[in-house]
Every structure is written in C-alpha cells, then in structure tokens.
Design a protein around this ligand. Sequence first.
Ligand SMILES: Cc1ncc(COP(=O)(O)O)c(C=O)c1O
Length: 382
Amino acid sequence: MSFKDLPIMPDKKKGVLLFYPYVSKKSAVNIKKKLSGRWLGQGPMVDKFENDFKKKFAKNFSVIATGSGTDSLHLAYILAGLKKGDEIITTIFTCTATNIPMLYMGLKIKFADIDLDTMNISVASVKKLITKKTKAIVCVHYGGLPCDMDELKKISKKNKITLIEDAAHALGAKYKGKSVGSLSDFSTFSFQAIKHFTTGDGGILTIKNKKLEDKAKRIRWFGIDRKKKQQGIWKNDVHEVGFKYQMTDIAATMGCDSLKEFSFIHGHRKKIYNTYLNELSHNNRVRCIHDYDKKKEHGAWLFTICVNNKDYLQKKLRDHFIETNQVHFRNDRYSIFKSFVKGKKFPNMDYLENKYLVLPIHHKVSVKDARYISKLINKYAK
Ligand SMILES: Cc1ncc(COP(=O)(O)O)c(C=O)c1O
C-alpha cells in the first residue's frame, strides 16, 4: 500500500484550500449575547436546534443533539442494543470515527468492501457477511451520496438487523425525495469544523423509535434524567451508565444560525459540485465518483475523482496552489482494526486506494475556481 499525501497547504491569499469552516456571520453577535447569559452548556438553544433540525430533516423522528458525530454513533450503537461480541457490518472506507465506537463496545467488526462507482458500502459484499450473529449494518453516505437504501433496508428487514446511517457527509442529501435523517432506524450527523457548517464540534442523532428518546437523552448525560432533576428531584437514581455527550448552548447557537442559511450553503456546494461534474465527466481519464440514479440527491460535501496518476496530479495541482487530499482512508491501514481483516479481501478498495482524490468544495470556492481546477485536471490527468 502506498499512502503518499502532501501536507496541508498553509493559508495564503493565493490558491484554493480544500476545506474552510462555515460559520454564519450572525453567530458572532448571538454568541456574544449567549456569553453574558445563564445557559452556556446544555440549555434552551439545544432544544431549539433539535426542533429546527427536526422540522428540516427528520419530521416524525426523535432528534438528539450531541457533542460530536462520534458521540452520536456511539449512542446509536448502544440504543440499537448492541452488546460485546455482536457482529456489526460496516464499510472498510470511512472516517475512523464510524468504526472506533464499535471498539469501545467490544463489537465484532465485519468489514464490507466498497462499490467501485460510488465508494459507498457494497450491497453484494454486505450480503456475503450476514450471519446469525449479525446485529447491525452501518452505512456511510460517502461524500454525501446516499447509499443503496432500498437494498440495505431489504436486507435489514429480512434478517431483522438494525440499520444505522452514518450521515456525517450527507446533510441535505435525499433518497426518493426523503431527507437523509428520516430513512432508517438511526442516522447520525456531524458539525465538526469542515462539515457543511460547523458548531465548533457537534452532532445529531435521529431515531425512528420514539420510545428510545428518553433513554437517548439520559445516556447522553451521565444516565441522569435531566428533566426530573431540573424539576427538583435531585435524589433520582442513576441506573444506567451514561456519557457526557450533550451539545452546548454555544454550539447550538451556531447550529441554529447556520441552519437558517442551509439552502444557501447547500445550493452553493451543489453549484461547485455540478461544475466539476460538467467539466470532468466527459474526460475518460477522470472518473467522477457520482451516481446518476435519480433516487439519490447528493449532499455535495465532497467531490471525488479517480485517476491513474493521483500523486502526480495532486502535486501538479499543489504547484498551482490548489489543495487536494484523500481525506479518508481504508480503515484496515490502522493497527486498531487489523485483527478484523486477517485473511479478508477487499478487491474494490485495493483497486481504488491509490487513485481517488478529493477536490475543494466549500463556500469560498467560486464557479470560476472550479472551472480553473477542472482545466488543470483535464490537462494533467493520465
Ligand atoms: C463519515 C464520518 N463519520 C463520523 C465522523 C465523526 O464526526 P465528529 O468529528 O463530529 O465526531 C466523521 C468526521 O468527522 C465522518 O467523516
């Protein structure tokens, strides 16, 4: 395996950075107000952010704001009833955050290969991994492109397996017209620095089974029933081990401000995404990671291409002050996951691992930039 990459590009006036945090301009004023108020930790703004999110992306689901996408995933795995030794199927290609909470819990990870066209979890590979001990499937909508949800749901229903969507990349994405976040048993989102918008750090968990909402809220906060406690019942028992996974009111203030601007944020990203797609898809030396399936509406978090000369292209782009990177890597490169892949084969991942490259896509990238970057790619891709 070769994992050549360039160091991150320093901030310069010239050039295009790969990522740039999105923070609403209103947040400077609103956080200033917050800082002189009573609620800095979890307070009324967290409730508001949950409600605003629910209206936009997850009507009829329980929505729980957390400290990070990773917190949300850990809570989802617990709420799905997973126990030490249970088998869980997940993708080999994702941010390590998808899979690390499985290690907290002693789950047996069964890594699935990816689809060559989309880099999402391969349904064919998932099917081969199902056993009587399988308790859950985790899919990641890579870059914001929804996975094959009909097929995954079918497998989950047939085998009575919980389906969990890591939707950290997929805010605003839709499947058959329905928002990601309102499709399956659990979905998780992230608002760390480089996502569609940031709350500093933060996450959301959406849950289909509303009966789990109270437990989710308890284990988000030590296992304590916060509502009861605030009603003055200070001697309430703690009967389950919880975590400190709540969102703060400071983060939620940023979240509420940016949510109001989401159609601009997503609209701009889609414009950049479509510019790359238009400029690059005719070039047979460049393969865009995309799916023309009309059921899927892209979240436009990442735009990824595959070329045969990834290292050379990346270097040439950097010479022109364009920052690109692979961003996520196959998880079996990390020692912590090695014991789960002994003797296992991932032919599609092997084929793609030195070919894919992520292009800049955020609010500071203009259509003109995207055209210029595409022109360089069309010149240097082999
Ligand atoms: C696919 C995926 N899942 C989960 C996470 C974790 O989110 P967080 O950093 O908010 O914990 C990230 C990125 O950070 C991610 O890319």
